[in-house]
Design a protein around this ligand. Structure first.
Ligand SMILES: Cc1cc2nc3c(=O)[nH]c(=O)nc-3n(C[C@H](O)[C@H](O)[C@H](O)COP(=O)(O)OP(=O)(O)OC[C@H]3O[C@@H](n4cnc5c(N)ncnc54)[C@H](O)[C@@H]3O)c2cc1C
Length: 326
């Protein structure tokens, strides 16, 4: 039996237990959208998240391209609304519970194992695991993590008011979050491996024209230095080999994302980067098992795409569950 758990806010309830129609692993936009559709349809749904609900989108300061919010919406606010919407229709949410194994038992029966050695049974499972930030693997990165090094400017950026900040990576995520940090930091220096930015033009214009920003293109960060906390970075010009040392107080790393699918090796088919292959209906090829959102092998990692995947999967789930009854 699952023990009653209470999180920091005292909110979490024990799951009702028994055989769930649908288990969803991951409470980001993909998982929560599927949960909204499924639970509204009367499908008994349990959603797991190894962290708090909201996924990567909840670590994003401001989302301007999600339809329906002409002025944009904060990532945490958008995800809080999705969570409430799913719970309103009866989806059960289990936060801080990592799924470690999916065990196919029989047609219409999959078993979900978690890190706290609990076991849950469901007729089908949606994998909505998303992805997590890649590391640079340079000296100082691990040592100063939490002491000036961070992968989430939305979470930790306000600690750097009137400080000098480095953002590694000038893609969409780096520039979007850099814009946020520019609101309060004294300076923001962007370091990009490529000779150019691959971010949306609107983000490039806003950051590059900002009086507090500096860009180093074609530079590779090689070391993060510090004493008790971060004091600077070292980078290398990839063309000339010249080494530049830059004092700073904080380093935010946005150099891409990678899925955490090792526990599924041997069960589902993945591409060489570990993203799960599916058909157009989100089926993985394993009976009763689907994958949706960023964890799926597709070249678009956006909230709208995750939401659409979740919608398609929930509708396919309804049909699958109905067929099981026949
Ligand atoms: C800085 C930044 C800015 C962005 N800006 C935008 C933007 O402006 N517009 C836009 O459309 N998109 C944006 N994105 C992309 C968007 O956030 C993602 O595409 C979206 O969050 C993907 O949703 P998802 O549900 O597939 O995965 P995620 O949001 O990553 O959620 C996956 C969830 O699964 C959980 N999980 C993983 N493994 C397990 C496990 N084994 N057991 C239990 N739980 C697990 C994780 O904890 C996580 O909560 C941005 C991303 C970042 C990082």
């Amino acid at each position: 039996m699952f023990e009653f758990k209470i999180d920091d806010s005292g909110q979490q309830q024990a799951p009702s237990g028994g055989l769930y129609d649908l288990a969803i692993v991951g409470a980001g936009p993909a998982g929560l959208s599927a949960a909204i559709y499924a639970s509204r349809d009367g499908i008994k749904t349990l959603v797991f998240d190894k962290s708090s609900a909201g996924g990567l989108a909840a670590t994003t300061d401001w989302i301007e391209n999600y339809p329906g919010f002409p002025e944009g919406i904060s990532g945490p606010d958008l995800m809080d609304r999705m969570q409430k919407q799913a719970e309103r229709f009866g989806a059960e949410l289990l936060e801080f519970e990592e799924v470690t194994q999916i065990e196919p038992v029989s047609k219409g029966h999959l078993r979900v194992h978690t890190a706290s050695a609990e076991v849950f049974d469901a007729k089908m499972v949606l994998l909505a695991l998303g992805s997590h930030p890649k590391k640079l693997n340079v000296p100082g990165e691990e040592e100063y993590y939490g002491r000036g090094v961070s992968y989430c400017a939305t979470c930790d950026g306000p600690l750097f008011r009137d400080k000098d900040v480095v953002i590694v990576g000038a893609g969409n995520s780096g520039l979007q979050e850099g814009l946020n940090v520019l609101n309060y930091a004294r300076s923001v220096t962007f370091i990009e491996f490529l000779p150019y930015s691959i971010a949306e033009k609107i983000l490039q214009e806003r950051t590059m024209n900002h009086p507090k920003s500096t860009f180093y293109f074609n530079h590779m960060l090689t070391e993060i230095k510090g004493d008790a906390v971060v004091t600077g970075v070292v980078m290398k010009n990839r063309e000339t080999g010249a080494v530049v040392e830059l004092p700073c107080d904080g380093v935010f790393i946005y150099v891409g994302y990678t899925p955490d699918t090792r526990f599924l090796e041997g069960l589902v088919e993945m591409n060489k980067w570990g993203y799960i292959k599916t058909d157009a209906q989100m089926w993985t090829g394993v009976e009763g098992l689907m994958a949706i959102g960023d964890v799926r092998a597709s070249n678009l990692a956006q909230v709208t795409v995750a939401v659409a995947d979740g919608t398609k999967a929930a509708i396919a789930a309804r049909e699958y569950l109905a067929e099981l009854e026949v």
